[in-house]
Every structure is written in structure tokens, then in C-alpha cells.
Write a protein that binds this ligand. Structure first.
Ligand code: SF4
Length: 309
């Protein structure tokens, strides 16, 4: 993995699709947790170890980025959980960003457990220094699914953190992973997820499907850790139709709110987008219309979708 040089800023390994316009700032490398069974993505992409970067290294990158994109109004902090590097460091980075760019929006990935640790006071400080939105891996609102998948968070932790973020006026973007409960627990997965979204009304809910990627024999990159549970029979993956049924159930259980729900990743078979207070019925209709297509047609669409991703 490429490290800092005096002329090229380091870049985060992954960014949310919605941050495609943003200037990307790498604060930490990899994931400090790195235990979620469904993930393993940093190891797969060649960044298996976590390390924080120094303020001086980050500041040098910000200077390089300022020379390249001086008018940046939107900035994003990576990798998986930059706030783990400490509230003091993040506040210094935020101050420097606002001094260096005409910034209107600064967003970051964060783990719920890290936000829980820094507490309401830490979150408040981040807001006062200009952090405007946090991308959170909710994944599921079901405690058992979170435990099995080793997410290291509980629905109660999500509730506490979300309440503090709302009080600090930091926007929340929740990621939900269809298929994460497997065939065994998909109803509970969706029921718990809908309950949390209804209770917390985050600004955004972003839907993805579980991706069980294989090891890469050429690069030697490891496959998805959850394949072990698939092989030993403790987790049965949903098929494509199963994840569409999950989406249908989720939409049935969600209540009107200002939350914007979007399937903004190409791995979703059916992609709906809209606000839960104005577009929920339309989204439900779209998913039902898909499920009412003749079975042969749905199968063809699943095949076609698989060949595209
Ligand atoms: S899902 Fe997030 S917290 Fe879990 S291992 Fe992957 S990057 Fe780390």
C-alpha cells in the first residue's frame, strides 16, 4: 500500500459513493477493529493493519491537496474510523481544513463504539470544530445479528450515539446491509433495523447487499471472513430474491419521517430512492412491482444483475 511522499498525498482506501465530489483526507490507515465477519475489506485491499497518522503528515497532505483543489467545499476523512485517532487530533485537522479550504461540509466514517467512547462531550467538540456528517455502519438493528457478525456494537450503543449526534446537529448516514442475517434471521434483521431507523430518524439510510467475495488467487488477498461460517453451516446466505424480500419488508415496516433512503450501490438488485415522508408508498410499489414480475423474468434479471457487478 502506497505511503506518504512529499509530492503525493495519501488517499483513503475506501470512500462512500456519495462522497465522489469530496476532497479525501487520510487520517488513519485501515480499520482499528477489523473483526466484522462480513467485512475483511481492508485486508482484501492490501491494508490489513491499522495505524494512525501524525498531525504533521496529515497537514502536509492538506497542503498538497490545497495546491491541487483549492476551491474544495466538501471534504471527507478516512479510513474506516478516523476519530479513533483522538478528538484532539481530529479537531486540529478540522481547524486546518477550514483555514485551508472554503469548506461547507466535512464528513467522516466512524465506528459507533468509538463515538460511544468519546461520549457526548467529544461529539460536541467535533461539531463545534465543523464536522458536519458521520457515515455509520449500522449494518443491522438486530442485536443477535450484530453479535454473530462481530460488529462490536449493540442497538443501545447506536441509540446513545445517534441521540448525541442529533443533539450536536451532526448529520447521520446509516449503512444497512441486506442479507446480513442470512436465511436464518432475515426477518429479525429487518424488524430490528426498521425499529432503530423509525426511532432515530437518521438523515440518510443507505442500502447495500452483503458481498461474499472469494480470495484472490493472483494477489493472495484473503476472501470474506464470513465464508468460514458459510462453509461450517452456521450461516446460510440469502439469494438475490431473498434480499429483495428483505427490502420489501424493511419498507413495509418503516414509518414516514424526513429520512432519505437510497440504494446507492450497484450491488442492490432493486434500487429505490426517496424520502420516507413523501416517497415511501412509491418505493413500496416499485419493489412490489418487481416481485410481481413472472418468475422467469425475475430470474433473468438476477442473472443479468450478477453479470454486471
Ligand atoms: S465493517 Fe467497518 S468496522 Fe467492521 S471491519 Fe469493516 S471497516 Fe472495520
Amino acid at each position: 500500500m502506497k505511503r506518504h511522499s512529499d509530492s503525493v498525498p495519501e488517499q483513503p482506501t475506501i470512500r462512500p459513493p456519495s462522497e465522489w465530489r469530496s476532497t479525501l483526507i487520510r487520517v488513519t490507515r485501515g480499520c482499528n477493529w477489523n473483526q466484522c465477519r462480513f467485512c475483511g475489506i481492508y485486508s482484501h485491499l492490501g491494508e490489513p493493519h491499522y495505524s494512525p497518522r501524525t498531525y504533521d503528515d496529515i497537514a502536509r497532505d492538506i497542503q498538497l491537496l490545497k495546491e491541487r483543489r483549492p476551491q474544495s467545499e466538501e471534504l471527507f476523512l478516512g479510513d474506516a474510523d478516523p476519530i479513533h485517532a483522538g478528538v484532539d487530533l481530529i479537531c486540529r485537522v478540522l481547524d486546518l481544513l477550514y483555514q485551508s479550504f472554503p469548506a461547507k461540509k466535512v464528513t467522516s466514517y466512524a465506528r459507533v463504539s468509538t463515538l460511544k467512547k468519546i461520549g457526548e462531550a467529544g461529539i460536541d467538540r467535533l461539531a463545534k470544530h465543523g464536522l458536519t456528517r458521520i457515515h455509520l455502519g449500522l449494518e443491522s438493528g438486530d442485536a443477535e445479528v450484530l453479535r454473530f457478525q462481530r460488529k462490536g456494537q449493540s442497538p443501545q450503543m447506536v441509540t446513545d450515539v445517534s441521540t448525541w449526534l442529533r443533539a450536536a446537529a451532526i448529520e447521520q448516514s446509516f449503512y444497512v446491509l441486506l442479507g446480513l442475517g442470512g436465511v436464518e434471521r432475515w426477518r429479525q434483521h429487518m424488524t430490528g433495523t426498521a425499529a432503530l431507523i423509525n426511532q432515530l430518524t437518521p438523515e440518510f439510510v443507505r442500502i447495500r447487499r452483503l458481498w461474499l467475495y472469494e480470495p484472490d488467487p493472483v494477489s493472495g488477498a484473503p476472501g470474506c471472513p464470513l465464508l468460514t461460517q458459510v462453509q461450517d453451516g452456521s450461516f446460510t446466505p440469502q439469494n438475490a430474491e431473498g434480499t429483495v424480500l428483505e427490502l420489501a419488508l424493511l419498507l413495509d415496516l418503516l414509518q414516514p419521517s424526513p429520512t432519505f433512503l437510497t440504494c446507492d450501490h450497484s450491488n442492490n438488485v432493486v434500487q429505490v430512492h426517496g424520502r420516507l415522508d413523501t416517497d415511501l408508498e412509491e418505493m413500496r410499489r416499485e419493489v412490489r412491482a418487481f416481485l410481481n414480475l413472472p418468475e422467469t423474468q425475475r430470474r433473468l434479471l438476477y442473472e443479468e444483475h450478477r453479470s454486471r457487478i
